[in-house]
Ligand binder design. Structure first.
Ligand SMILES: Cc1cc2nc3c(=O)[nH]c(=O)nc-3n(C[C@H](O)[C@H](O)[C@H](O)COP(=O)(O)O)c2cc1C
Length: 334
């Protein structure tokens, strides 16, 4: 199911930005998307202090605020990121600007550590904004900031909806163009809703299914929705798996681990690929099942993890070829 993350950046909980983002998210939900709206003002996010820690280590020095605990993972999971905020002095309000600045850690992973997020090939970014005045340059700052934010979070800056002369709460509700603008913006996302879904399932959702989904995302672009889950999910991904995927230039940080029940609850996969969890995987009529008999590399040597990684890559390539949804993997190390 297409997952849309909406970052509502106005401090006014019931203002114009909120009206606009609710309109878009409601519309996408009606089309079958899963949506989540974050009122950014309610988050506890430390502003970036420019210490350089993320450039060196690839992670933010602030280890326990909401950005590290939740938002990085949500950004990585998102198929669509909606960045919404009113114009404050030609840029975003402070709360959401803090979130934007903290995505420098993701920028560092890509540009300093040469790690590519597997979601990048299809993730889309949308800017929503409002401002009080009519100046022709009113949204220039917002658009430039959005462009670099979407690059940092690995999204293609797909569309923007912006309105001049919107000031008091409620002003936008009277604007005649909103419904049409939302409809045409949402239409740009139809390809993501129509993707064929493949669920990769293993025991802990920490190694094999994560690697398979990671490779599948690179290979299939926006044609396949690659999900992963486990019969008894571990608390976090296996660090050795992260290390061997990093050797291929693929960034497996900030992954969300899920149970198989959770993964199939709101969506029906077209295919389930099991790896060592066969008997615990629920039978869903009409779904095709494939079993990959691969050893569980958790707790074993890094060499076994590499062998399993390479075998998974080979099988995912074959699977994508058979699905007629493949693209060159040459970008993986570029
Ligand atoms: C601190 C502050 C700065 C603002 N700066 C600008 C500005 O530079 N240009 C402008 O056109 N409107 C500016 N505005 C007006 C807001 O963009 C406008 O009221 C908008 O509709 C608020 O959206 P909201 O209801 O989603 O909060 C500013 C408002 C505030 C409170």
């Amino acid at each position: 199911m297409m997952y849309v993350l909406g970052l509502q950046g106005s401090p006014r909980a019931k203002g114009n930005t909120n009206f606009l983002i609710d309109g878009l998210l409601d519309h996408l939900r009606a089309k079958g998307a899963e949506t989540e709206k974050i009122n950014v003002r309610r988050l506890r996010v430390e502003p970036c202090i420019g210490c350089g820690y993320c450039e060196e280590k690839g992670i933010c020095v602030f280890a326990d605020d909401d950005m590290t605990a939740r938002i990085y993972s949500m950004l990585r999971r998102a198929d669509v990121v909606v960045l919404a905020g009113p114009v404050y002095f030609y840029n975003f309000p402070a709360h959401i600007k803090a979130v934007i600045d903290r995505t420098q850690a993701l920028w560092s992973r890509k540009y300093r550590h040469s790690l590519e997020d597997p979601g990048r090939p299809w993730r889309k970014g949308i800017l929503l904004s409002v401002g009080a005045t009519r100046g022709k340059n009113l949204f220039d700052g917002m658009k430039l900031t959005a462009r670099y934010f979407f690059d940092a979070v690995g999204a293609d800056y797909t569309d923007s909806i912006v309105y001049h002369r919107i000031e008091a709460p409620g002003d936008l509700t009277h604007h005649p163009g909103v419904a049409d603008d939302i409809q045409s913006c949402a239409a740009n996302l139809d390809s993501l809703l129509a993707r064929k879904k493949i669920l990769f399932a293993c025991r802990e959702n920490a190694c094999r299914s994560q690697m398979a989904a990671g490779f599948a995302r690179y290979l299939a672009g926006d044609r396949i929705e690659a999900l992963s889950a486990g019969s008894t999910p571990a608390p976090r991904v296996n660090p050795v798996m992260q290390e061997v995927m990093a050797e291929k230039g693929i960034d497996m940080a900030y992954r969300t681990l899920r149970s198989i029940e959770d993964a199939v609850s709101g969506t029906r996969p077209d295919m389930i690929v099991t790896m060592g969890c066969g008997e615990q995987c629920p039978y869903i009529p009409g779904v095709s099942y494939v079993d990959w008999d691969l050893p569980d590399p958790a707790g074993q040597s890094i060499d076994l993890m590499r062998q399993v990684r390479d075998e998974i890559e080979k099988r995912v390539r074959q699977l994508m070829d058979n699905q007629d949804g493949s693209e060159s993997l040459s970008k993986e190390n570029s």
